[in-house]
Write a protein that binds this ligand. Structure first.
Ligand SMILES: *[C@@H]1O[C@H](CO)[C@@H](O)[C@H](O)[C@H]1NC(C)=O
Ligand SMILES: *[C@@H]1O[C@H](CO)[C@@H](O)[C@H](O)[C@H]1NC(C)=O
Ligand SMILES: *[C@@H]1O[C@H](CO)[C@@H](O)[C@H](O)[C@H]1NC(C)=O
Ligand SMILES: *[C@@H]1O[C@H](CO)[C@@H](O)[C@H](O)[C@H]1NC(C)=O
Ligand SMILES: *[C@@H]1O[C@H](CO)[C@@H](O)[C@H](O)[C@H]1NC(C)=O
Length: 653
């Protein structure tokens, strides 16, 4: 049963979680998801090797790994670090051990996961989803059991230094959030194909520039956040992953040496002894370089693509799911994301109609999905004509709820239909009956001024800086946008509305808007090409041990299937596996077929056949026996999102 969670202090939530308040009434919640703040990370000693501490009820191991701030001049890391030089990054690392001991021949090594964003917290993702990830990758049949590991990337979450443009001033951050909200959506009234409200665009761009200037002023300032801003690029994160892989290898060799010695001492049977030796050398026949096993979602697919292209000889197994188009990302054009969003929304109407009473929007008189769609559309258009007042007495807040608020509330559940459609239907149904409480709560968790008092000396600092890190990473990776004019930007929004999606263009446009005010350039920036040499399963120096496996939903709200197809074309031997469902990737849509391919790929490197497609096991709004594990994820509501984002980040959760 879900237990009420008495939080001593505010958790460090994933910045990308916009819909945490949603819970699925229809699923059984099996276990409480720990809050990030349940473990005191200040007790972990930073180290240049992986020095794990047991954490989160002994379910996980946590470590702080020290890496150079600047990978282009990393030489004196250790000396500097020991001399108290702060030109280092301390990565917060968390691992869920395999279900078999490391000395067991079925131990398949470590799979590193990234949840996307950019600026998604790996720690938060692990607490919510590592059990599901492990269950999906592990195979009894193939005798493979993996450790799952993630980390908060540079500038993000518990990794230090943290990228925080407000320097911990939560009052100022909350005020900025409200000011941005008051400004209204960019592209308002642009649906007729005109430039929309240029005045709003001009003010929004001036504010984006102000934000950028404020972050610049913090760059290099005294204190712990000094200097991180130019060192958060995806290239640096990919290089951090190489370091993690090396440290894992180092640790494993040390542990196996100890366990081998024990085995010999205890006279354990010879066969087990041989298997241990075989496994520790099997990947080293021709090249002893440690290789990665990686599963990246959403922006994590861009990270994996950078990694594989920069360090092809480090690729063991790489799955890229909910695939970002790196060319679009690197050029900062943000042009392709919404290609299939409408299909996902159509899936909502269709499955709601088929789900009948399980969908709160369904009425017995409905003759088709279109009837439901029409009713909700009428509500949205009504709000366009007449925004509705909402009063939140607990927080002494009143707002005008607009059409754009409803659209924003709709976009995020499109990421995980199986999990979030029922709650979306309830939210809309209640709003249409005049109760805007759920809708208001979904508005990126509007900050209250009470929030600004939560941070005191006994509190760990809240992680509200997702947008800061996201802007630094995405805009730094992308081509400079700081010369964009208001007219050019308005034309861009128009283009998105006309050619991508009229409803959600204003959200997609937020990323590029942020970049228009961003001038900090990263020192270490990879410019492609995003490609890998042909793989060789024998583990040949400089070559991947297996091609990349791309995984996509048929319809993805923010990373369309066309991205996966385009990225795959540039990686010889790679394949695209499609699951016939809608959603941002399919991690949360159970499907035995898809899982079978994933298990085989991790265990053997075997690819699905060309053009392989899989049916999901379940459909939203229907009873789904296989949702048991996913149910646990719905308790994310315990955590409460600390997002002050007015963006739509591309993270899986
Ligand atoms: C500081 O935080 C602690 C833990 O949340 C809380 O008990 C205490 O009342 C707070 N102090 C102030 C002055 O707000
Ligand atoms: C490893 O961590 C423990 C506990 O945090 C600490 O006492 C020890 O000094 C650390 N060792 C190294 C080599 O950092
Ligand atoms: C810290 O290390 C960096 C990189 O090696 C070096 O440039 C810098 O001068 C050092 N700072 C101090 C205070 O030692
Ligand atoms: C409005 O909805 C909220 C959340 O579902 C509920 O707690 C509240 O009682 C409702 N208010 C009214 C007046 O029905
Ligand atoms: C932006 O404009 C400035 C000033 O006109 C110019 O120096 C700079 O090169 C321009 N940058 C780009 C990327 O065009």
């Amino acid at each position: 049963m879900r237990q009420p969670h008495a939080r001593k202090h505010r958790g460090l939530a994933d910045p990308s979680l916009l819909t945490c308040f949603l819970t699925l009434a229809t699923t059984v919640i099996t276990a409480r998801t720990p809050a990030i703040s349940d473990f005191d990370w200040t007790t972990v000693t930073p180290s240049t090797s992986l020095n794990y501490t047991s954490c989160y009820d002994q379910t996980y191991k946590c470590a702080k790994l020290v890496v150079p701030l600047d990978w282009l001049s990393p030489e004196s890391l250790t000396d500097n670090y020991q001399n108290g030089n702060t030109s280092v990054v301390t990565l917060a690392i968390i691992a869920r051990p395999a279900t078999v001991p490391e000395s067991d021949p079925r131990h398949g090594g470590t799979i590193i996961v990234n949840p996307g964003g950019p600026s998604g917290s790996g720690v938060g993702f692990m607490l919510r989803a590592s059990e599901l990830v492990q269950r999906t990758a592990d195979s009894e049949e193939l005798g493979r059991h993996y450790e799952i590991l993630s980390f908060d990337p540079r500038g993000v979450g518990l990794t230090e230094p943290r990228a925080d443009c407000f320097g911990g001033d939560e009052f100022a951050r909350g005020t900025a959030w409200w000011t941005n909200r008051g400004l209204g959506a960019v592209g308002e009234a642009g649906e007729d194909g005109g430039r929309g409200d240029l005045d709003t665009v001009r003010r929004a761009m001036a504010r984006a520039e102000g934000f950028g200037r404020m972050c610049e002023a913090r760059n290099g300032a005294a204190g712990k956040d000094g200097g991180i801003w130019g060192f958060m690029s995806t290239s640096s994160v990919a290089r951090d992953m190489v370091a993690i892989v090396d440290k894992l290898d180092e640790l494993r060799k040390r542990n196996l040496a100890i366990s081998n010695a024990d085995t010999v001492r205890n006279g354990a049977d010879e066969e087990a002894q041989q298997m241990i030796e075989l496994r520790s050398t099997v990947d080293a026949e021709s090249d002893p370089t440690p290789r990665i096993q990686f599963w990246g979602f959403s922006y994590g697919s861009a990270l994996g693509n950078y990694f594989a292209s920069m360090f092809p000889g480090r690729v063991g197994r790489v799955i890229l799911e909910a695939v970002e188009d790196v060319n679009d990302y690197h050029s900062a054009s943000w042009h392709v994301a919404l290609m299939d969003t409408q299909h996902v929304l159509d899936h909502f109407w269709d499955t709601c109609f088929r789900g009948r009473e399980a969908c709160a929007l369904y009425r017995p008189s409905d003759s088709s999905a279109d009837t439901i769609r029409g009713r909700v559309r009428g509500f949205i258009d009504g709000l366009e004509a007449n925004p509705a007042p909402y009063v939140s007495p607990e927080t002494n807040t009143f707002v005008a709820v607009t059409k754009h608020d409803v659209l924003e509330a709709i976009l995020r559940p499109l990421y995980q239909p199986q999990r979030d459609f029922p709650a979306l239907a309830l939210l809309l149904s209640e709003a249409m009956q005049g109760n805007l409480t759920l809708l208001y709560k979904s508005l990126n968790q509007a900050p209250t001024h009470k929030d600004s008092c939560r941070n005191n000396k006994t509190d760990p600092p809240a992680y509200t800086c997702g947008p800061d890190a996201m802007t630094a990473i995405a805009c730094g990776d992308g081509e400079p946008q700081d010369n964009l004019t208001a007219v050019e930007f308005a034309d861009y929004v128009c283009g998105l509305q006309r050619h991508q999606n009229a409803d959600f263009a204003f959200l997609e446009a937020q990323v590029r808007l942020g970049c228009s005010g961003w001038r900090i350039r990263p020192k270490y920036r990879f410019d492609g090409p995003w490609t890998t040499p042909a793989s060789d399963a024998r583990g040949v120096r400089g070559k991947p041990a297996a091609p990349i496996l791309f995984v996509s939903s048929r319809y993805d709200p923010v990373t369309p299937l066309a991205n996966a197809v385009a990225m795959s074309r540039d990686h010889p031997g790679s394949r695209v596996l499609v699951q016939e469902n809608a959603g941002h990737g399919s991690l949360f849509s159970p499907g035995r077929c898809r899982e079978g391919y994933i298990k085989r790929y991790f265990a053997t490197g075997e690819m699905p056949p060309e053009g392989a497609t899989c049916q999901p096991d379940c459909e939203p709004f229907q009873e789904c026996a296989r949702m048991g594990g996913v149910g646990a994820l719905t308790s994310v509501g315990d955590e409460g999102p600390d997002t002050r984002s007015w963006r739509a980040p591309r993270a899986i959760i």
